[in-house]
Write a protein that binds this ligand. Structure first.
Ligand SMILES: [Zn+2]
Length: 306
């Protein structure tokens, strides 16, 4: 899914524009953990969600200088640094990840977790067709088994991203289970290690998955699963719904704004909508108790004033 629907894009730019003011007032929490979610990285940045390689390198340079970059599996551990903590993840399994992202990650001594849709490895027509129709990609845009082994040998952790990249919420639970089980099994067979992380395709809570999907993921032995929710982590976040912020071609200032929480009000709105839809008042009460509600109200007030 392209997250850049127009209203969200406008809202996002507004948040970025007001970031200098919010930061100047000095109310942003310093101890933050965020997960930044990339897709494709290539020199011309031509695909719908491609990060141009030079922009990606600027991001890495900024992250190394200002943040502590950690593994996806470490994001819920207690925060021991006074710098923002950031985990880098990639979705889908684009071949350009191996060609451009991995060399840059190695240059900066960093790791990222790659969530792979295993249908690409098998050249499954279902997934190739979904991507070709929606994003005008071809089979050659994605890693095959050999490329994935090369990426894994370069020391990059791998997680699952279902087999055919269909919207899980649109599938009955047995089919959801099959998607999560098969992708885990193929990756475990291919790489010879247990696969205990995954990311939900399209990722938006309540739209792309629900609490039933989370319990299936838990039953199958996934320890952590990533959603798409544009906010930083809270210590009490469910490991099966780790919020991740989509990154495409943001400037360094915009990246900084994301890390420090300029988009969090959007993420909290997504969380609130999810809690209401799932009638899960525990999710909602947590948000209130943690004071996030007030931080949200405060940010909205500041944005309104700017
Ligand atoms: Zn995806």
């Amino acid at each position: 899914m392209n997250p850049y629907t127009l209203p969200l894009h406008v809202l996002r730019s507004m948040m970025f524009r007001n970031f200098r003011l919010i930061k100047a007032i000095g109310r942003l929490p310093s101890q933050r953990t965020v997960v930044l979610n990339y897709h494709s990285v290539r020199p011309n940045g031509l695909l719908f969600n491609s990060t141009p390689a030079d922009v990606f390198e600027q991001h890495l340079a900024w992250l190394v200088a200002h943040c502590e970059v950690v593994d996806f599996l470490e994001v819920l551990e207690p925060h021991a640094s006074d710098r923002p903590r950031v985990a880098l993840v990639f979705d889908d399994g684009f071949l350009d990840n191996l060609q451009y992202a991995v060399p840059l990650l190695k240059k900066y001594g960093l790791k990222a977790t790659f969530f792979i849709s295993t249908g690409f490895l098998r050249r499954d027509p279902v997934i190739l067709d979904i991507f070709a129709r929606t994003f005008q990609t071809t089979a050659e845009d994605f890693m095959d088994t050999e490329s994935l082994l090369e990426l894994f040998a370069a020391g990059m952790p791998v997680g699952a991203h279902t087999h055919t990249h269909r919207n899980l919420r649109s599938l009955p639970p047995p089919e959801q289970e099959e998607e999560l089980r098969l992708s885990k099994e193929i990756l475990e067979e291919t790489l010879g290690v247990p696969i205990n992380t995954m990311a939900y395709p399209y990722g938006v809570p309540g739209k792309a998955f629900d609490l039933t999907t989370c319990s299936i993921a838990k039953k199958l032995g996934y320890a952590q699963a990533g959603s798409v929710s544009w906010r930083g982590l809270r210590p009490q976040d469910s490991p099966l719904r780790i919020p991740r912020i989509t990154v495409v071609r943001e400037t360094k200032l915009e990246l900084e704004a994301m890390v420090y929480g300029a988009l969090d009000p959007i993420g909290h709105f997504q969380e609130w909508r999810f809690a209401r839809q799932q009638r899960n008042w525990q999710v909602y009460a947590y948000a209130l108790l943690e004071g996030e509600y007030w931080r949200l109200a405060e940010s909205s007030w500041l944005l309104g004033m700017a």
